[in-house]
Design a protein. Structure first.
Length: 406
């Protein structure tokens, strides 16, 4: 049964992508994909898993699509062509079967005409193969709400005639960052949940990595795709060391590095080299390089902070966001001391985008504590507590406050 489930998980996105492109209807593609999987659940336990399971599913789904369209007179003119398609044998599947169709679906699901909140949901639904209730849990919304979002997104694709195609060379540099941003947003929610009882949601992080691997296979020459995959692997490699027995946060400086996934670290570092080779680096490649430096250190005290600060200088030039500036300030505090870091935070404090940002309040509180300015540190920790989203984040701040108030 596990083998069958693995086949369905791997093939669903490929089927959906190919059928959506072929028939121009995402709803139809999703329906016949589900019906083909249901047919397999009935047939395969009796007949055995076919030698080419992907081909079996594709042939079954195409025939079901033609049966649906035969009942719709609007598509009558297409039936002769579609019948040929349905009866055509599907070639033996390979690891990268239907790459163009899957790539097209990535760009369709993340099209800028769709609402930002719908892009991640549709990507998880169509390309990761999550059910609507699973996507709803991923975004912490009711299933009915998520169902409406997905319906809305499909309706927009249909009504706006968003094409199932890969952007041309002139459009790709503009469109690809949107695809990467959706994948990284899913990963970020898995790495550090915005709310709820747990710090990490490993299922989301792993789905994002799986999507990035698919995209990397389809666009091997795009160095920012490589950089994003490297970044996520280098971060996810620390997953087992990031929480204690009770789910409490274990900060990087306190982590048992023996619990890191060193095979994943090695893979991520190799990808960083590729992402940094052949031209100026992009933001994801530089972030991956920063995390590679962290992961190279045998212990926190041996971290190469001067190199990390230099990389943050490069990153800030590529992405002058306040969050990058905050992370750079934290690195400078570890290179030059807490006073230097606190001075930079004072400059950033006027940015309205950081006013309600929990990591900013927490970083300021930590630096004040290191400087021995305890009353100010307590006030800053109280602000951080009010802004914390997840229970592990709140518990971390509470532990700090308790230690200062004794």
């Amino acid at each position: 049964m596990e083998q069958v489930e693995a086949v369905f998980r791997e093939e669903r996105g490929r089927l959906l992508a190919a059928l959506a492109r072929r028939f121009g209807d995402l709803d139809l593609a999703e329906e016949v994909t589900s019906e083909a999987i249901e047919a397999a659940l009935t047939r395969w336990p009796v007949d055995g898993v076919p030698p080419n399971p992907g081909g079996w599913l594709m042939t079954t789904a195409r025939r079901k699509a033609v049966d649906r369209l035969r009942r719709d007179q609007v598509y009558a003119a297409k039936l002769a062509i579609l019948q040929v398609e349905a009866d055509r044998p599907t070639p033996q599947a390979t690891g990268d079967e239907l790459p163009d169709e899957r790539l097209q679906l990535f760009f369709t699901c993340t099209h800028p005409a769709l609402a930002a909140e719908d892009r991640g949901a549709l990507t998880l639904r169509c390309l990761a193969g999550l059910t609507t209730p699973e996507v709803a849990r991923a975004f912490l919304v009711p299933t009915a709400t998520m169902a409406k979002r997905i319906v809305r997104a499909k309706k927009k694709i249909r009504e706006a005639r968003i094409p199932f195609r890969v952007p041309g060379p002139d459009e790709l540099p503009e469109r690809l960052p949107g695809v990467l941003q959706v994948i990284y947003s899913v990963f970020t929610e898995g790495y550090a949940a915005s709310s709820g009882p747990y710090l990490q949601r490993l299922d989301l992080a792993e789905e994002a990595i799986r999507l990035a691997r698919i995209l990397h296979r389809l666009l091997p020459g795009e160095r920012e795709v490589t950089g994003l995959l490297a970044l996520m692997l280098l971060i996810h490699a620390r997953r087992d060391a990031r929480t204690g027995p009770g789910g409490e946060i274990v900060l990087l400086e306190d982590q048992d590095r023996g619990r890191w996934d060193h095979e994943m670290v090695a893979e991520g570092r190799d990808l960083v080299v590729t992402a940094l080779t052949g031209g100026p680096p992009g933001p994801y490649a530089v972030q991956a390089a920063i995390n590679a430096v962290h992961d190279e250190a045998a212990e926190f005290g041996s971290t190469d902070w001067p190199q990390i600060v230099q990389l943050y200088d490069v990153l800030l030039g590529l992405d002058p966001s306040p969050v990058i500036a905050l992370n750079r300030a934290a690195a400078i505090a570890l290179r030059d001391g807490p006073e230097a870091g606190l001075a930079l935070l004072a400059e950033l404090a006027a940015d309205p985008r950081l006013q309600d940002y929990h990591p900013f309040a927490l970083a300021r509180a930590d630096l004040l504590q290191r400087l021995g300015r305890l009353p100010e540190a307590i006030t800053a920790y109280e602000q951080a507590l009010a802004l914390a989203g997840s229970e592990p984040e709140r518990n971390l701040v509470r532990r700090r406050l308790t230690g200062l108030q004794k």
